[in-house]
Write a protein that binds this ligand. Sequence first.
Ligand SMILES: [Zn+2]
Length: 471
Amino acid sequence: MRGSWWCLLLAVACKKGDGDVTTEDTGPVYKDYPLAGDVVLDSVRINQGSERVLYLGPGVIGGGNYPPPVIAARPGRLTVEFSALDEALVEERDIAVVLSLSSGTELAAVGHLVPVESVFGGRPKVEFELPGSVLRAGMSMTVELHEAQNAATGTYTDETVWTSAEAGLDVVSSERVEVHLIPVMIQASTLAPDTTPTRVQEVADRMMSMYPTTGVDVIVEPSITWPNPIGPMTGWEALLGEISRMRTAANVPPNAYFYGVFKPAPSEAEFCAAGCILGLSNLPTSPSDDWAKSSIGVGFQEGDVMVETMLHEVGHAHGRLHSPCGGAAGPDPRYPYANATIGVEGWDADREVSFGSSDAFDVMGYCFPIWISDYTFTALYDRIDGVMARRSGQPTDWLLASVDGEGRVEPVGEVTQGPIPSDDVRTFEVLDDEDRVVDEVDGYFVPFDHLPGGLTLLPPDVGERLRLRQR
Ligand SMILES: [Zn+2]
């Protein structure tokens, strides 16, 4: 690891790969040194859970099919790789990587440039760990390679500087996620799920590290007693129904996810001896299906089962289907990677572990170890973004109406709702007495599950125009 230095942001110490620690806070101002000669930038990547490539040099490959968003106010690890312009001519020496953020933060870290033979298996690289506070919506950044000694060396090329202003860094806002843990005591049993403070903190930390959020609040609600036994494959639906009912009755924001946790047997080994399910969730198709943001799962003390089940079930409650590994039912046909591998490098900031693109499996499948793909990370972000839009909307008056299988509309009554009641927008025709179309309006439609037709929200003033039909 001779060639690798890394440096924590704002820390006073930089650590060399071999373990040496030197004080750097009064170190040289590398930005004032000459730009590095005979050297090119190969890549700039940021990882806030799932890798996003910001820059790739000519001929450098990397990145996945679903570049994840860069999220404001969320910690990230920025990696810069560089290499010799011409390996035969390179002069082995230190190179300073200078990172400048438009928010005013300036950081530097030193990497060691060596002939290509010595870097077989990896280019020289440096890493910056960025606290969430320096990542802001609308920001830009510049990466420059400078000489680490104040003397020009070799031939300068313009591939030693990259600025996001040309490419657009596009840092976006996200939202906190609330998980309301409801301990469930099964009446005939004295077994309690694990809701100790240590476990609750672990839930918060691991979800924060995996989900594209700016924070996770885990709230332990008062426990409930459930009258029925729950077997390895039986009795789950009714409990999920009750947790969903509680979610609807509670005065909680749209980003609140209810999670009933229970201990149906003394251990997972005993419960699952002949096969079992470990969790169950609703699968809401729209960010406005608040009642459906509800799931249940086992709360065994041992191992990762409780936490990893929750990371998976709450993913379902964000509308995620299964990823195709380990026989998970109804897999998402659009999942982009075979065997539900994560597709790009993953980074678990909580446990300080990186996962290669093929070394871990997406949280929405049944293969282990789990991490999150760029596909799922991006999809979870899109859902969180949809929930935010709903949260920020002002309540609006609507006409609630039923629509039969032939498209005939019957008013039900007036309701008050946020502005995004459903993603399914349909066109309704306003008719005069002779069935001529005199106007068209949009309606937000939610289908029935076991009958044709559904319910729709319409602008309130159409109620006076009496006759409507779905186009
Ligand atoms: Zn599942």
